[in-house]
Design a protein around this ligand. Structure first.
Ligand code: FAD
Length: 455
């Protein structure tokens, strides 16, 4: 195989990058170790159920995602209005999460003192140097009440991680940037919104709804169609074990045999795999990658007859505060969010377990995992009887943890990109977790390759 660009990994990053490059006539080859494309994205279709065992969808905010979907000739499926409501499990009860300034003032989730502290945020002086944990940042800017309640839940919801361990600059760069650029997160957020509105008015940025989206046949449809569109340029069940820069080309090996050559190579593999694949002189990449660990996640989705669940299941679902005796990280209501993906008269409850607070969840037997996921819902959501169906998936290292020091580790990868011609990194272990972040990076990488290729 000889190609312009070899892409390792057929998750969102790899297939997104391939699609952007093919669009401008650049020859690609995608090499994926698994027999099916998708990486973390995995959808099961069964008797009218569309069940997501990876990401549930994306918020329509990032033009790169819309570009990817459009290039494949697909139409995104918007979520129902009700999905906007999100809940928090605190002290055994579900509370609606505030979504705007007024609801923050009214929420029972914060004490009066915590609300007053929150209002002082614009007057807190900015700290401009070095990385800081999400918890320290949130405490300093918004106060302990907001940090413990909202940031703790948000970090366990997005990263399955610990706000005290993760870097705010790496995990939430936009928010950290608001402080450094505007001196305050609230002022920065308002400035950001005004800028977006102005860009929209001037036609400089595409209209986005901000709503959650998926595909009619689930997230897997996106990756299946993307892989199919590549034809013979897609190589499934092809685990690459070494990549070497030799005589002006990137050479790929599998089981000691050369399988292909390319002018450019894009790694979308987990950082530790990338470091192993690249031949290394001083071990710097391997040391940097060792600091980017992934937390394992377990997804348990159960289907019930509607009448088995007393709770109205309104909204997106709920996050659970850690340390309060409720084991799941959160529960989502897919049948409310995308009703067309569940047969009528049935509901889906999707439970996430594990993360960095609960690594033992990965070792539970199937029966124990199902019990750990579904038993706590009985009283809370009024669930009666056994589920009609259950789907489970264990994702080892499912969510990369951007621990303090992540920016330095990232700098090592970027240094390698600068030193070796035609070497690029993408993927969620480096530049951002989530559909929007990984496709934004895939587009940026494809643009850098285009600039070199057509120079
Ligand atoms: C349970 C769960 C729920 C999530 N929910 C959401 C959500 O609702 N919304 C959202 O925006 N994000 C969500 N995310 C995050 C999002 O799914 C990921 O950030 C994104 O899918 C990562 O895509 P990727 O292509 O960068 O990585 P991956 O999907 O991990 O792809 C990397 C690929 O590289 C392949 N590979 C590895 N080694 C080799 C090798 N040696 N040779 C060849 N190929 C190799 C792997 O098999 C894999 O296919 C969720 C993640 C999880 C785990």
């Amino acid at each position: 195989m000889k190609t312009d660009v070899a892409i390792l990994g057929a998750g969102l990053s790899g297939l997104g990058c391939a699609s952007f490059l093919r669009q401008v006539g650049i020859k690609v080859a995608v090499l994926e170790k698994d027999c099916v494309p998708g990486g973390k994205v995995q959808t099961v279709q069964e008797d009218g159920y569309v069940v997501e065992l990876g990401p549930l969808g994306w918020l329509d905010k990032e033009p790169a995602v819309a570009a990817f979907v459009n290039q494949l000739g697909l139409e995104a499926l918007p979520a129902e209005e009700a999905q906007g409501q999100r809940w928090l499990l605190k002290d055994g009860s579900l509370h609606l999460l505030p979504s705007g300034p007024l609801s923050f003032l009214r929420t029972p989730l914060l004490s009066g003192a915590a609300k007053l502290r929150l209002m002082r945020e614009p007057f807190i002086s900015a700290r401009r140097d070095g990385e800081e944990s999400i918890h320290d940042f949130a405490t300093r800017r918004f106060g302990k009440g907001v940090a413990d309640t909202f940031f703790g839940a948000m970090v366990s919801g997005i990263f399955g991680g610990d706000a005290r361990a993760l870097s705010v600059q790496a995990a939430f760069p936009l928010m950290a940037g608001w402080e450094s650029e505007s001196g305050s997160c609230l002022r920065g957020a308002m400035r950001h919104m005004r800028k977006k509105k102005a860009q929209l008015k001037a036609g400089e940025s595409p209209t986005t709804s901000g709503k959650l989206h998926s595909l009619p046949q689930g997230m897997g449809q996106l990756l299946q169609v993307a892989a199919q569109s590549l034809g013979s340029a897609y190589h499934g069940s092809t685990e690459i074990d070494r990549v070497v820069w030799r005589h002006g080309a990137w050479v790929l090996f599998r089981g000691g045999q050369e399988v292909g050559q390319a002018d450019h190579v894009v790694f979308t593999t987990p950082a530790c795999v990338t470091a192993q694949l690249l031949e290394e002189g001083d071990g710097s990449l391997r040391r940097a990658a060792a600091g980017i660990q992934g937390a394992s996640l377990q997804v348990v989705t159960a289907a019930y007859a509607r009448e088995q669940v007393a709770h109205p299941l309104s909204g997106f679902g709920f996050l659970a505060l850690r340390g309060q005796g409720f084991r799941p990280l959160g529960v989502q209501y897919p049948s409310t969010i995308f009703p067309s993906q569940t047969p009528s008269g049935k509901v889906q409850l999707r439970v996430l377990l594990g993360g960095s607070f609960d690594p033992e969840a990965a070792n539970l037997s199937d029966q124990a995992l199902q019990q750990a996921a579904l038993h706590p819902l009985r009283d809370l959501l009024g669930v009666q009887g056994d589920p009609e169906r259950v789907w489970m998936r264990r994702i080892a290292g499912g969510i990369p943890q951007y621990a303090l020091g992540h920016l330095e580790r990232l700098a090592v990868f970027q240094q390698w990109e600068r030193q070796l011609p035609g070497l690029y990194f993408a993927g969620d272990s480096l530049f951002g977790v989530g559909v929007n972040a990984v496709l934004k990076q895939a587009l940026a990488v494809s643009e850098r390759i285009q600039a070199k290729h057509f120079a």
